[in-house]
Design a protein around this ligand. Structure first.
Ligand code: HEM
Length: 343
């Protein structure tokens, strides 16, 4: 049986929630009781069945609703999807990567047939049936990156490699943790990471860039990043800060469990075959505090993470305003027992 897709919202009445199965497969990102930035990059190898890394591209119960939310964002703000002209080969590379992966791993939902350059793509959950010529943009209803990423969970940035650096020259970004593609487009790796505290000083970005410049085709890598979000809102962009910034002030001791969410990003990177560009995927997962504490070891560990989080990181992540309230709410789930290393 295929995935049961939920009908839910990530705005207004916020009907998003996780099924017990989605909670069990949530990418809890902490393998110890403290958190500090590091070059936490590992090979993007297949993980256990049903886990969030079973397949290279993870499709889950939120797929259809997330794609609907992306369409709303793009309608209101077309600049969330941009591509500089030299990135067209990378856009087609991305079409191939996503269609191949989705059809191979979720054949009950997505089918791809290839007759030379003549491709036939069927996306059953979204009701799409498209025949096109690979490499010929005129045969798709919109440019190739936009076409396929309107059908795949997660944000995507396409990075051109030149002058020993990576340049954010294309992307579709509608589920971001407070950064802007429109602001960052054309920037390099060090420039777009400019606002991040501490990590530059401890050499994280120097080492990460060096590693990525040598990324090999067929050997993708991944890392987890995290922040927190009030209400299950996917679009926490600077462009819409006036809509969600004020929601931070609505947290009270009574509604922490329902309103405060841990937001984890599964970030994966692939070297692309024709363009030699890199694709960076940012797949956001949300979980409310109520849902999180249903896994006792997470309920024990997360308050310890929040307590020990260095001030500059808490401020950068924008969670200082409700940090104490969240620690207080979570503290009843921390019995003081030691936790073991690992997830
Ligand atoms: C934050 C993009 C790879 C570590 C960010 C931000 C962006 C970004 C846009 C937000 C900056 C802001 O505040 O405006 C990317 C892209 C990557 C990439 C496109 C692909 C090459 C990496 C890698 C690391 C890394 C490989 C490994 C260490 C971080 C950290 C933050 C950050 C630690 C701060 C996150 C937080 O505290 O929430 N990244 N990044 N990034 N990035 Fe990257």
């Amino acid at each position: 049986m295929g995935i049961q897709f939920k009908q839910e919202t990530f705005r207004d009445d916020y009907t998003f929630s996780n099924s017990p199965e989605a909670i069990r497969r949530f990418p809890f990102p902490f393998d110890r009781d403290e958190y500090m930035y590091s070059v936490n990059i590992e090979q993007h190898m297949p993980g256990p069945p049903k886990s969030y890394v079973e397949f290279p591209i993870d499709i889950d119960e939120h797929y259809v609703s997330e794609m609907r939310d992306r369409a709303i964002v793009l309608k209101e703000d077309p600049l969330r999807c941009q591509s500089l002209p030299h990135m067209l080969p990378a856009e087609w590379d991305l079409v191939e990567l996503l269609m191949d992966s989705m059809s191979k791993h979720y054949p009950e939902h997505f089918q791809l047939t290839k007759d030379g350059d003549r491709w036939h793509w069927v996306n059953q959950p979204l009701g799409i049936d498209q025949t096109f010529t690979f490499g010929d943009t005129a045969t798709l209803p919109c440019p190739p990156m936009e076409y396929i990423t309107r059908q795949c969970q997660g944000d995507f940035a396409l990075l051109d490699q030149r002058q020993d650096n990576l340049w954010m020259d294309a992307g579709i970004v509608t589920t971001q943790a407070d950064w802007s593609l429109d602001f960052d487009i054309g920037m390099n790796f060090m420039e777009w990471h400019g606002p991040v505290p501490i990590a530059h000083d401890i050499g994280v970005f120097d080492r990460a860039l060096k590693f990525l410049l040598n990324l090999q085709q067929g050997r993708p890598v991944r890392r987890l990043n995290w922040t927190m979000t009030i209400n299950p809102r996917l679009d926490t962009s600077p462009e819409n800060y006036h809509k969600w910034g004020q929601e931070k002030a609505t947290v009270t001791p009574e509604n922490v469990g329902d309103k405060v969410h841990l937001r984890v990003e599964l970030q994966a990177l692939w070297r692309l075959p024709r363009s030699n560009a890199i694709v960076f995927s940012i797949r956001a997962y949300l979980i409310s505090m109520e849902e999180l504490v249903t896994i006792p070891k997470w309920g024990r560990r997360f308050p310890r993470i929040l307590k020990s989080l260095p001030e500059p990181i808490a401020n950068y992540k924008g969670l200082s305003r409700y940090r104490e309230m969240t620690i207080d709410w979570l503290s009843k789930y921390d019995d003081g027992q030691p936790t073991s290393p690992g997830f």
